[in-house]
Design a binder for this molecule. Structure first.
Ligand SMILES: [Ca+2]
Ligand SMILES: [Ca+2]
Length: 282
């Protein structure tokens, strides 16, 4: 329901283990029309030409020409020569739009008939593991993302960037970080990145650190910075000014980091966050 630009819409669907929906066949097309009927006049589809101008394919690689549209519903005009994404209207029309426009969208996941079992972390994602020390579940993401994209990835999984609430939790996160094989960590010229995004930020007030849930680090229960941190580095190489996002080293100690630096990150999840709870009537 929250409109997004096309690239964000695609990524959010992917992070949910789904695909940005396209009207691949009459069934999918009518389902999309049903879903949007009372909610939106138009939605993004997965049909795009962001790889090569004018070549419109769905995320799955199905060409637009193979989809159930008659010419009267076709409104692709390449206006301004920069409309590489498409929206489906509730009148069954398909039109091209700029990919940085924002629209609502539908994520689609095929029912493959498999029974999916929720783990004790309240998810089907086996990479979330419960810590008996803290009662939270954690996942180390090895695909490097900027801090903001990392936040998005954790949210899409029903969690949040990890918030450290105690020395014990810092030790748990350090253990998780150390258990990731060095080969799976982000590589840069000169070595392996031994820092990962977690859930604190300066909220635009440089030097004033709060967790993503609005507590000071002290209130949250852990404010042990790595020696010399926060050091608010500026890099001439990339032009990045200041380190305004939060991260930890493998040691579990805190570091301020460039928000645009794509590195691994740790999500935390309340085991009950997605689990269905039943109330018993007496
Ligand atoms: Ca926590
Ligand atoms: Ca730093």
């Amino acid at each position: 329901m929250v409109p997004a630009n096309w690239h964000d819409a695609r990524l959010r669907c992917q992070l949910e283990g789904a695909v940005l929906a396209s009207p691949l066949n009459p069934g999918l097309k009518s389902s999309m029309q049903d879903i949007m009927s009372s909610r939106a006049n138009s939605v993004y589809t997965g049909i795009h030409s962001t790889f090569s101008k004018g070549d419109f394919y769905s995320i799955e690689g199905v060409p637009l020409s193979a989809m159930p549209f008659s010419t009267k519903n076709f409104f692709l005009d390449s206006s301004g020569d920069d409309e590489g994404c498409t929206v489906l209207g509730n009148n069954e029309n398909i039109g091209d739009v700029k990919c940085n426009n924002v629209h609502r969208y539908i994520c689609y996941k095929k029912d493959e008939g498999k029974t999916t079992t929720q783990t004790q972390c309240g998810t089907t994602d086996s990479e979330y593991n419960l810590s008996t020390v803290t009662g939270s579940c954690y996942k180390f993401h090895r695909t490097p993302r900027t801090w903001s994209r990392a936040y998005m990835a954790c949210a899409a999984e029903g969690g949040h960037l990890a918030i450290i609430n105690s020395q014990a939790e810092a030790t748990v996160l350090s253990g998780i970080f150390r258990s990731v094989p060095a080969n799976d960590l982000t590589k840069i010229v000169g070595g392996t990145v031994t820092v990962a995004h977690i859930g604190f930020h300066d909220w635009g007030e440089h030097g004033d650190w709060l967790t993503i849930h609005g507590q000071t680090l002290k209130e949250a229960g852990y404010n042990s910075w790595s020696p010399g941190e926060p050091n608010n580095v500026t890099t001439a190489q990339t032009g990045w000014v200041g380190e305004y996002c939060g991260s930890i080293y493998t040691s579990g100690l805190l570091n301020d980091i460039w928000c645009d630096y794509a590195v691994g990150f740790i999500c935390e999840k309340d085991p009950s966050s997605l689990a269905v709870k039943f109330q018993q009537d007496n």
